[in-house]
Structure formats: structure tokens, C-alpha cells
Design a protein around this ligand. Structure first.
Ligand code: 4NP
Length: 154
């Protein structure tokens, strides 16, 4: 089972999702059965590490994102991943436009999939520090729900 998290720039939300979910996964029986990656719909930050504010907020909660490098989502991702999870509705619309006709991947809006109180992970890029904490709170809840789903499925 291969899971891909997608946001706009791949330097704030989706690398956070990748780091949080990786940590949950490592402590679960699914550690060697599920692989995880993240990407952005834009190519603006390709090759760069996550935003320093993202890294700092994540590290305070024990998630080390320093080894991650941004990349753009591609049509091939729809053949290479089983589950592609978008952070917001705009990311989802961009992914729907990229999706090849014969793709095997399941595409969904992450928070909506688990009926969490909010349906989107808000973009923290232009805001203050609290935005990065909110992203972590939302993604910790979503990662727990995703892990529970995969424990049923894998
Ligand atoms: P992300 O946040 O999609 O969560 O990585 C953003 C990062 C960069 C930009 C926008 C959103 N930007 O405009 O460069």
C-alpha cells in the first residue's frame, strides 16, 4: 500500500502529513507494509527542504522533517500510489485535472475522508505560528484515522 499526501508547495502541509504519518506508521504493525511520500501541485519549491517554520513546529512535537525534499506531483503518481490524499479542495481539483484516465490510485480529500470537524487543512504559508500548530493538530488526528483505516485494509 502506497500513500501520497499532496498540498500546493510541498513545503508546509504535505511534508508535515508525511512526517507525522511516518512516525505513527513506524510504531504500528504496518511499518513494513505501507510506504509514504508527499508532493505539491506546484513546482515552485522543487528540491527544497520544508519551510523552516514547518520544520520547527514539527520538531517540537518530535517529527524530524529535515530530510524531506519538495517535488511536484505527476501523472505517474496515479500509477505508482494506491491512495492520494489532498490537503484542500483546490489541491484536489488540481489533482483531478492531472489524473490520467486509466489511473489506479484512489483520490480523496484527507480530512473529509474521516469526517473530521474541518474538511480542509488551511494553508499556513502566509500566516503566523499558530497556523503551523493548527496544521499539526489536524494532521495528527487525520493520521490516526488513516492508520486505523489501513489496519483494516492491509
Ligand atoms: P503548502 O504551503 O502548500 O502547505 O506547502 C504553501 C507553500 C508555499 C506557497 C504556498 C503555500 N507559496 O506560495 O510559495
Amino acid at each position: 500500500m502506497k500513500v501520497l499526501f499532496v498540498c500546493l508547495g510541498n513545503i508546509c502541509r504535505s511534508p508535515t502529513a508525511e512526517g507525522v504519518f511516518r512516525k505513527y506508521l513506524a510504531a504500528s504493525p504496518l511499518a513494513d507494509k505501507v510506504s509514504v511520500d508527499s508532493a505539491g501541485t506546484a513546482d515552485w519549491h522543487t528540491g527544497k527542504a520544508p519551510d523552516p517554520r514547518t520544520c520547527a513546529a514539527a520538531l517540537k512535537r518530535g517529527y524530524d522533517l529535515s530530510m524531506l525534499q519538495a517535488r511536484q506531483a505527476t501523472a505517474d503518481d496515479f500509477h505508482n500510489f494506491d491512495l492520494i490524499l489532498a490537503m484542500d479542495k483546490s489541491n484536489l481539483a488540481n489533482l483531478e485535472a492531472l489524473r490520467p484516465a486509466n489511473s489506479r490510485a484512489e483520490l480523496d480529500l484527507l480530512l473529509q475522508r474521516y469526517a473530521l470537524p474541518r474538511s480542509e487543512v488551511p494553508d499556513p504559508y502566509y500566516g503566523g505560528e499558530q497556523g503551523f500548530e493548527d496544521v499539526l493538530d489536524l494532521l495528527e488526528n487525520a493520521s490516526q484515522a488513516l492508520l486505523a483505516e489501513l489496519q483494516e485494509r492491509v
